[in-house]
Design a binder for this molecule. Structure first.
Ligand SMILES: CC(C)(COP(=O)(O)OP(=O)(O)OC[C@H]1O[C@@H](n2cnc3c(N)ncnc32)[C@H](O)[C@@H]1OP(=O)(O)O)[C@@H](O)C(=O)NCCC(=O)NCCS
Length: 180
């Protein structure tokens, strides 16, 4: 498994988690039940902690990191991701907090101290600047991102459905792994 200890802390995985063998997880990382980490994800919980909730997927090529504690910022910036979150391909999530049922579009960048409330859709390629809060129930797009419009019912439902699709997919990958 591509899991490395750092300063005596080893990533902790709950039941049913899939971690692709080409990804790398280092240090203080906790991953909740039935979440999945796809190829070439790099997650470094070295200078602060990282928590990923249940039924969340982190897709290919995404980078996850944290910011260390300092005198001006005693907690630093941990990375906290909630339940039923889809993080699309090639995103960068750094020291931010995400709630539940969020879709982070491909290639999005979310910076330190940003807070993404529950039920938010972030368009592909969006840039979420430091310390910005994205409000629940909206689509955000652009660099820097702006509130585009409220989510419709189909999009709200899709946030959860996307996470569920990835739970089914990771179960298939776990079955394939068991055969090898
Ligand atoms: C933003 C998004 C949800 C589309 O929203 P929409 O309201 O249906 O947007 P439309 O396709 O009708 O386009 C409306 C306008 O937004 C623009 N637009 C679409 N996606 C955009 C994006 N990601 N960033 C900036 N502008 C975008 C369109 O070009 C169009 O501009 P125009 O009015 O000047 O022609 C979609 O394009 C997107 O980014 N989805 C993310 C998909 C993804 O990454 N999934 C994860 C994969 S695993």
């Amino acid at each position: 498994m591509p899991i490395r200890s750092y300063k005596g802390i080893t990533p902790k995985l709950a039941e049913g988690v899939y971690v692709d063998e080409s990804s790398i997880l280092v240090g203080d990382i906790t991953i909740g039940a039935h979440s999945s980490i796809w190829p070439l994800v790099a997650a470094r919980g070295d200078v602060n902690r990282m928590i990923i909730g249940n039924y969340t997927n982190i897709q290919d090529g995404t980078i996850l990191h944290v910011t260390r504690k300092s005198s001006g910022n005693p907690d630093g910036h941990p990375l906290i991701i909630g339940d039923d979150v889809t993080v699309g391909h090639h995103c960068m999530l750094h020291g931010c907090k995400l709630g539940n049922r969020i879709l982070v579009g491909m290639g999005a960048i979310i910076m330190d101290g940003a807070v993404i409330e529950d039920d938010v859709f972030i368009g592909a390629g969006a840039l979420v600047p430091p310390n910005k809060t994205l409000n629940s129930g909206y689509l955000y797009v652009g660099q820097p991102c702006k509130q585009a419009r409220p989510l419709n019912d189909g999009e709200r439902a899709f946030l959860k459905q996307s996470a569920e699709n990835y739970v089914l997919l990771k179960d298939e990958y776990l079955e394939e792994m068991a055969k090898q």
